[in-house]
Structure formats: structure tokens, C-alpha cells
Design a protein around this ligand. Structure first.
Ligand SMILES: [Zn+2]
Length: 448
């Protein structure tokens, strides 16, 4: 028996195709052949700042066990024919559907590549160079080779000793694509009341809207995210769904783990399109600009960068606005390249306030006789009391420590502003460090 890893990416299209949807169909075909899966489907979100990716930048891997070498050949032929078929059905000249198949242990350079693809830009030539060194790997692309990057990264990011979560995804039948999703909103709230503590991003109470249903023309009806696949199935059974569901599948994923954030020592190391965690001092007080974004400048001893809490982060901006010059913070987010209107900017996903600077307000002294506030007799001439006439030529303004309206700690935007990789504060302390293996046999099901 050998382990076989299949990576897929860029199968998405503007007219409804979706990499996860294709992967689920393929997994179902493999399951019918009695092939044993060694993992749930893996959904690997890669660097969200990559400029040519507009949707979630998610790649998928399927990991299984196959017996003799000819079975691997059969699997490969099945994948190619299915991929050709799917890519032909959802033609989109922009996308370059690709598959990588690897037999055996995951090479270290695949893991290295996957990590790089999470928080940096990786050129396609790098993927090709690495692939050419491994004879036990084959790959195939339908139009161009760009999808190879994600497909290889999905194989290399194994989540065997890094954090992960789960997502149960339900897929619509073809006739419903592009139509409103018929999931009863009240039942989503009921589900959240019952299982919300073990789930992620079910409902945004600040904007009063469900978060489990996407909005595009894609085949995804809904996705339930959480820590345990069994809980997700239980939660799913609470939902009232008024349209047919074709497939249900569970993905093990790096969503909501902050895996994209690379900790860098200095602001000087922050380059465009990277996703980082970096510390510095507030150099210029946050200000609200046109469009409702809140922007400030962050510096360390050598370099500075702009940081922005964009309008969709809503109430999070009010927290950021409370920062003052000199506050020491850690910012997390991905970097937009500079343009004619702004410099290199970190798109703020979370902020940790580490140390607040002490701010003093200088106020007039109180009269020692009657207690009223005295007034100045002119610069350097002391103070007098208007009420009782007391004068003190040596009195000075008194420094009073200002009480800050923000406390040290970690702050996040409302759930509606969350992107796939962003880890909510509620997950802190629940991070996983090992994968114990597949505990649910039927994690891919075709219902119709
Ligand atoms: Zn007085």
C-alpha cells in the first residue's frame, strides 16, 4: 500500500465552477471504487493578498491509500478525464485548472513551498523547479500552469502538527445555482444557540445576517465551520433547508488559524503582498479618511508603514481610533502595495495593544483656601483665585494622567468582516496540534 496525495487548484470559474465542488465529485467517484481515504478532504487557504486571486484562494487535497502501481495509474486517468470534463463545462479563460499527484511521503520541500505560498508571493517557476526534482510526482494543467502553485501547496500543507478546523459544506443541485439560497434564517439562529460555542461564524449579530451562506453563483449552498466534524453534522440537522442538496462533504482546513501571518522582527522586512504580524509604535494618530477607513502610521526604530482598518470592519475602527501617538502595538494583516494615493499599507485584521503611552493633561491648580479652580495671571506670573482673591505667583499648571478609553489586549473586527484564514479570539486556547485520523467514515456523501 502506498499513500497518494492529490492536489487541485484553480478549477473555479466565473460561471459557477468551484475547486471544492470538483474535489467532492472526484472524491465521490474514488469512494465508489472502495478507495480508503487517510484524511478528510483538505481545504487549504493560501495567501489572500495574491493579486491574481479574487475569490478565497483555496486549494484542495485528497489523501488516500492505493495498492499496486496500476491503481495509481487508474486514479490518475480518472482525475484527468474528470478534470477535462469539468473544465470544459465551466469554461473560463482566466483560470488554469491544475492537478498534482504525489505518491509516498511528503517531501520536505513541498512543505516548505506550502508555507511560503501561505504568506508570500510564489512564482510559478519555483513550483516547476521543485516538481522537476521529484519523479514520484506527476502533474497536469488544462489551460495554463498557474494552478500548479496551489495544487502543490495543498499537498505540502499537511496539518499533521499545525492548527486546523473543519468545515461541512453542502452543495446545491445545478438548477438552483445563481438563485437565492433557501436556508431558513431562524433555524440558523437556533443552530447557533445550540452549537455556536463549538462553531465559528454562524451569524453576525452586529449586522443581523447569517454568515453560513455565500452570495455568488457557485454551487455551495452553505458551509458550517467548527472544531469537530460530528458537531457540525448535528448542527446541520437543525437547519431547515428548502431546496435539494446534492453533496455533503467535510473538509479539514487551515481556515481561522491565522496560518497566513508570518511573524517578522522589523517593519523593514514587510513587503507588498505579504501577510504579517509585526510590532511598532503609533507614529501618527489614527484618522478617518474618505470612504470611512481609519488609517495610522506605525514605526519601529528604523522603518514605518501605514496601517488601515477599512470601512467593512465597522466598529473595529472605533477601537483603532482610540490609539494615541506612542502606543506600542502588534498589528496583523496583509500588505497592499503602494499606489499614487497611499503608501504600502497593512490591511488590519487584528490588533494587540501591548503598552499604552501615558498621556498627561495640564490643568489649572485649585485654590488652597476655597477649592475653586484658579486662573492664570499670564505666562510665568502664577495663578489667582477669582472667588476669594488668593494669589500665588509661583503656582504652575498641574499634570493629570489621562484615563485611556482603551485597555491593553487583543481586538478583532465583527464577524461579518472576517476572511477565511482569520482566527477569531474565541479560538484562542483551542488550537489543535495533532491530527488523530479520520473518525467519520461518511465524510463525502451524494444525496441525489
Ligand atoms: Zn479661593
Amino acid at each position: 500500500m502506498v499513500n497518494v496525495h492529490i492536489g487541485l487548484d484553480d478549477v473555479d470559474s466565473i460561471n459557477g465552477g468551484c475547486t471544492t465542488h470538483f474535489a467532492v465529485q472526484l472524491a465521490w467517484e474514488l469512494k465508489k471504487k472502495n478507495i480508503r481515504f487517510i484524511d478528510y478532504l483538505n481545504l487549504i487557504r493560501l495567501n489572500p493578498a495574491v493579486p491574481w486571486k479574487t475569490r478565497g484562494n483555496g486549494a484542495v487535497s485528497i489523501r488516500l491509500q492505493a495498492s499496486p502501481e496500476e491503481t495509481v495509474g487508474d486514479i490518475w486517468e480518472l482525475i484527468i478525464s474528470k478534470l477535462e470534463e469539468y473544465a470544459g463545462e465551466f469554461k473560463d479563460s482566466k483560470n488554469q485548472p491544475s492537478v498534482v499527484l504525489h505518491v509516498g511521503e511528503i517531501p520536505w520541500d513541498y512543505e516548505w513551498f506550502a508555507n511560503k505560498a501561505l504568506h508570500d508571493l510564489v512564482p510559478i517557476d519555483l513550483a516547476s523547479r521543485i516538481l522537476s526534482k521529484h519523479s514520484e510526482t506527476r502533474y497536469y494543467s488544462v489551460r495554463g500552469r498557474r494552478g500548479i502553485i496551489g495544487a502543490l501547496a495543498a499537498i505540502g500543507y499537511t496539518m499533521l502538527n499545525t492548527d486546523y478546523t473543519y468545515e461541512l459544506v453542502a452543495y446545491r443541485v445545478r438548477e438552483y445555482w445563481g438563485k437565492p439560497r433557501l436556508v431558513d434564517s431562524t433555524s440558523i439562529k437556533t443552530m447557533d444557540e445550540l452549537y455556536g460555542k463549538e462553531m465559528l461564524l454562524n451569524y453576525d449579530y452586529e449586522s443581523n445576517r447569517p454568515l453560513i451562506t455565500p452570495h455568488g453563483p457557485d454551487p455551495v449552498l452553505l458551509g458550517l465551520r467548527g472544531e469537530d466534524p460530528r458537531v457540525l453534522f448535528e448542527a446541520y440537522s437543525v437547519l431547515r433547508i428548502n431546496e435539494p442538496v446534492e453533496y455533503i462533504a467535510v473538509f479539514r482546513t487551515n481556515q481561522h488559524t491565522d496560518a497566513h501571518l508570518l511573524e517578522v522582527k522589523s517593519i523593514c522586512d514587510v513587503r507588498p503582498y505579504m501577510c504579517v504580524k509585526v510590532r511598532g509604535f503609533v507614529k501618527v494618530k489614527p484618522r478617518r479618511i474618505i470612504g470611512g477607513h481609519v488609517v495610522f502610521e506605525l514605526c519601529d526604530n528604523e522603518c514605518c508603514i501605514d496601517v488601515a482598518a477599512y470601512e467593512p470592519t465597522k466598529s473595529f475602527r472605533e477601537i483603532v481610533e482610540k490609539l494615541e501617538i506612542g502606543d506600542y502595538v502588534e498589528v496583523m494583516g496583509c500588505v497592499r502595495p503602494p499606489s499614487s494615493s497611499h503608501g504600502k499599507t497593512i490591511n488590519l485584521e487584528k490588533i494587540r495593544v501591548l503598552k499604552l503611552t501615558e498621556i498627561y493633561d495640564y490643568v489649572n491648580p485649585k485654590c488652597p483656601l476655597c477649592g475653586s479652580t484658579m486662573e492664570s495671571m499670564g505666562k510665568g506670573k502664577g495663578f489667582r483665585c477669582r472667588k476669594c482673591g488668593y494669589r500665588d505667583p509661583y503656582a504652575k499648571k498641574i499634570a493629570v494622567l489621562r484615563e485611556r478609553s482603551i485597555k491593553p489586549g487583543l481586538y478583532q473586527p465583527p464577524k461579518s468582516a472576517f476572511k477565511h484564514l482569520m482566527k477569531p479570539l474565541e479560538r484562542i486556547g483551542r488550537e489543535k496540534t495533532v491530527f488523530p485520523g479520520v473518525s467519520l467514515e461518511d465524510f463525502v456523501t451524494k444525496l441525489i
